[in-house]
Design a protein around this ligand. Structure first.
Ligand code: MN
Ligand code: MN
Length: 359
């Protein structure tokens, strides 16, 4: 099969780097190492239960991570793949991962660099048994003190300071979706070459949508603005929105984000009243911030429901947060509902409610 004219990930990164004549190439090299980890994880995920053939990775199943969640064998293998492909190169000062309680220090035998990598090595892994799409999510920040050992506080930077962010999705096809601060590009893994090829050069999220995604089994814990928004969607063309909505729920953040980047929609995992110790479900540093950067770079909006996710000052490495993202007009509407005093009926006809749906 002849080589197509599509750009490879390497070519794309070199072209992007031309915007910064002084850049050293460290960022590009780091992203390529992350892409290698994703290719290795794609291969392990594709083996399913056969993944125990990766005997070089020690992976006791059934342990729990810092969040108290059961670690799947593939969670541990994927975490090791991220660490092994990136720690050696002299580009990283340290790493943070969903699967590691504390920041990972670059071993003495390697040089420490100027970037920080935060990642969720295998997102959606609690559903891996049912063979739905899962993924890896990563966020790259500048180390406050290049070359130094890292502490938790180094990672506590608002998402707007991310230099690059992306995810890989392991579905029917494996894709890498990436932003280096100049839009969002999607690359499909060509399995015969082992190369990511540019297939989605400029991913854009339409401002309007008729599709929402939320876990409605949590409805009794939702705050009033979220109930109002979802009730209005469910009321469809007979309600105040005057149009019918579809609902989707995959329970895999990467898969939800990918659908929204491909065709629009809105996703909500809002703060709720279930457990005051957990203000939201998703993790800020390695889930909400990188997905938030991609969504905003694609013209969508990413929010806590109250403020832009990328402006939140983090307070903890594994901090959880309410997360709402997708088509801009829908997310802005949800933010407006959060800012209106509870119970107030807006005078604008656009947001008028019918009494049937008020609680
Ligand atoms: Mn995970
Ligand atoms: Mn996750």
């Amino acid at each position: 099969m002849p080589l197509s004219k599509r750009q490879t990930l390497t070519q794309y990164l070199i072209e992007q780097r031309r915007r910064f004549p002084d850049a050293s190439g460290d960022l590009n090299a780091l992203i390529l190492d992350v892409a290698l980890a994703c290719k290795a994880i794609a291969r392990a995920v594709a083996c399913g239960e056969l993944a125990d053939m990766f005997a070089c990775f020690t992976a006791p199943a059934g342990a729990t991570n810092v969040q108290g969640e059961v670690q799947q064998r593939l969670d541990v293998i994927s975490n090791q793949m991220f660490v092994r492909t990136t720690e050696w190169s002299g580009r990283l000062a340290g790493m943070a991962s969903e699967e590691m309680d504390d920041p990972y220090q670059i071993p003495e035998c390697h040089t420490r660099g100027r970037y920080l990598l935060a990642f969720d090595p295998l997102d959606g892994s609690s559903n891996i048994d049912v063979n739905v799409s899962v993924g890896s999510i990563f966020s790259i920040l500048r180390a406050p003190v290049p070359g130094a050992a890292v502490g938790v506080e180094d990672f506590l930077q608002p998402g707007m300071r991310q230099v690059a962010a992306g995810y890989a999705i392991y579905g029917p096809a494996t894709l890498l979706v990436l932003s280096v601060g100049n839009g969002v590009a999607g690359f499909t893994l060509d399995p015969s070459l082992g190369e990511f090829k540019l297939t989605h050069p400029d991913m854009r999220i339409p401002a309007d949508t008729r599709e929402f995604a939320i876990n409605t089994s949590n409805r009794r814990f939702w705050e009033p603005p979220v109930r109002r928004y979802v009730d209005e969607c469910l009321a469809g063309s007979a309600g105040s929105r005057g149009k019918d909505f579809n609902m989707r729920w995959i329970a895999s953040l990467v898969a939800e984000a990918h659908r929204i980047l491909m065709r629009g929609g809105v996703f909500l995992y809002p703060r709720d009243t279930r457990d005051p110790a957990k203000p939201g479900r998703l993790r800020l540093l390695y889930e909400a911030n990188p997905i938030g950067m991609l969504i905003e770079q694609a013209g969508g909006r990413a929010s806590t429901g109250r403020q832009a996710i990328l402006s939140v000052e983090p307070t903890g490495l594994h901090q959880r947060i309410g997360f709402v993202f997708g088509s801009r007009h829908e997310v802005e509407r949800i933010e407006q509902y959060h800012h209106e005093p509870t119970g107030r009926v807006s005078e604008t006809p656009l947001f008028a409610e019918r009494s049937l749906f008020r609680e």
